[in-house]
Design a protein around this ligand. Structure first.
Ligand code: HEM
Length: 402
């Protein structure tokens, strides 16, 4: 690890296994100044503090979109919710949070049918050999958020292409620009069109309800904020869950003694919590926090206006807070992980994440209790964890073949 001071921690974090680098940072440079001038925070108490003390640690506020996103999409992008402060953030969050949870709960039977249908396909494929679980995770997460929002399922190929250009699975890291300007413009144009469609012909989906709220009181939910919320939910709505499901499947196969937690609902929730702690699907918050005045964190003085990035994956493995932090141990109890951030910007999609991860992992265990790894899974690197491929087979089938 001796090279870390001479390279940049971000480059190392980008490598396949960031946890040794995190451990070094937490111990030796818990407030690490990157070449970009941003600070990485790796201790749990520092991360928690900047996430929850809103009076002192602000979000960046309205963003200045890059040149490629000028035009009608610029006001939408400048209002990305995770970057806003009160009163705009409070207003946007109030417009969507309760409605989102109600729609997620109301769509549970639909999600359940989708889950069974996708698993039918996997069971069938496994009769003939190996199946890759990564496309299943993505299809489950993608079709679910499209259905909750009310986006036509026929548009999925187009949306997938846009989301993967906007949110490349391997990046970007803090301080790096996301190179998806054109895709972002196309996505916001598309969502403007969907909003117009819903205005003419409302349905019983979340988007229709948000459009109705905007029509009833445009001051409480201005048009740009409405489209910005929809953009955020579309972009954040599935790659992260897919990553969490992929990691859950890999851990379930690697740790059969803990997979029994999936046999009941309470145990499954503990299993999912530990998946989220052990390998946080999102390693950094989407937006930095900015101190309003000079602050001291882990003995380091930080000027007002600096960009602070809580490294959630590092905080979750802090030995000062978690017993045996590098062990996968469902039901461990103790402190709560920071994988959904914290405070006012706590992940808005958490309810959907629990619904999908618990449902899919439980049914997988019920239907395929003898699932085994067919090849080593291919780990994604960067801000988003998860795997690009999780090839599985049935261990029982091997026994029958012998
Ligand atoms: C395993 C999956 C997911 C993880 C690990 C995750 C993680 C996070 C994190 C770390 C934050 C930042 C919190 C902060 O800055 O304090 C966040 C915010 C957010 N997430 Fe998620 N997320 C996931 C899935 C989702 C889904 C499925 C949706 C929507 C359908 C979603 C929507 C949002 C939104 C809108 C915000 C911004 C909230 C705000 O600023 O008030 N996320 N998420």
């Amino acid at each position: 690890m001796g090279t870390i001071g001479s390279t940049d921690a971000l480059t190392d974090v980008h490598a396949g296994d960031p946890y040794p680098v995190y451990a070094w940072l937490r111990e030796s440079e818990p407030v690490y100044r990157c070449r970009t001038g941003a600070y990485l925070l790796t201790r749990y108490t520092d991360c928690r503090r900047v996430l929850t003390e809103r009076a002192c640690f602000l979000a960046p506020g309205p963003l200045r979109p890059s040149a490629g996103t000028a035009g009608a999409c610029a006001p939408v992008l400048s209002r990305v919710m995770s970057a806003q402060n009160p009163p705009r953030h409070t207003r946007m969050r109030a417009a969507v949070a309760r409605r989102f949870v109600e729609h997620v709960r109301g769509q549970q039977p639909w999600v359940s049918r989708l889950c069974d249908r996708l698993l039918d396909g996997v069971v069938e494929r496994l009769r003939y050999g190996v199946a890759d679980m990564s496309p299943l995770a993505e299809a489950f997460a993608r079709d679910t958020i499209m259905h909750v929002l009310g986006l036509p399922q026929g548009d999925r190929e187009r949306l997938c292409a846009l989301v993967s250009d906007i949110f490349p699975t391997s990046g970007p890291l803090p301080g790096q620009e996301c190179d998806g300007a054109v895709a972002m413009r196309q996505l916001t144009d598309y969502l403007h069109g969907q909003v117009a469609r819903r205005r003419r012909a409302p349905g019983d989906d979340l988007m229709s309800e948000l459009v109705e709220a905007h029509t009833a009181c445009p001051e409480a939910l201005p048009h740009e904020e409405l489209v910005s919320i929809l953009t955020g939910l579309t972009v954040a709505g599935y790659p992260q869950i897919a990553a969490g499901i992929e990691t859950g499947i890999v851990l379930m196969i690697r740790h059969p003694k803990w997979a029994v937690f999936l046999d009941d609902a309470a145990g499954a929730r503990m299993f999912v919590e530990e998946v989220l702690r052990y390998d946080a699907p999102v390693q950094f918050t989407p937006a930095p926090r900015i101190p309003a005045r000079t602050v001291v964190l882990s003995g380091v003085t930080i000027p007002a206006g600096a960009h602070l990035w809580p490294v959630l994956g590092a905080a979750n493995r802090d030995p000062g807070v978690f017993t045996r932090p590098d062990a996968f141990w469902p039901g461990r109890g103790g402190a709560r992980h920071l994988s959904f951030g914290g405070g006012a910007h706590y992940c808005l999609g958490a309810e959907l994440v629990y619904l999908e991860m618990v449902m899919l992992l439980r049914r997988l265990r019920q239907r395929l209790p003898d699932l085994a790894q067919a090849r080593p899974p291919a780990q994604r690197v960067g801000r988003l964890r998860g795997f690009t491929s999780v090839a599985v087979r049935r261990a029982e089938a091997d026994r029958h073949d012998r």
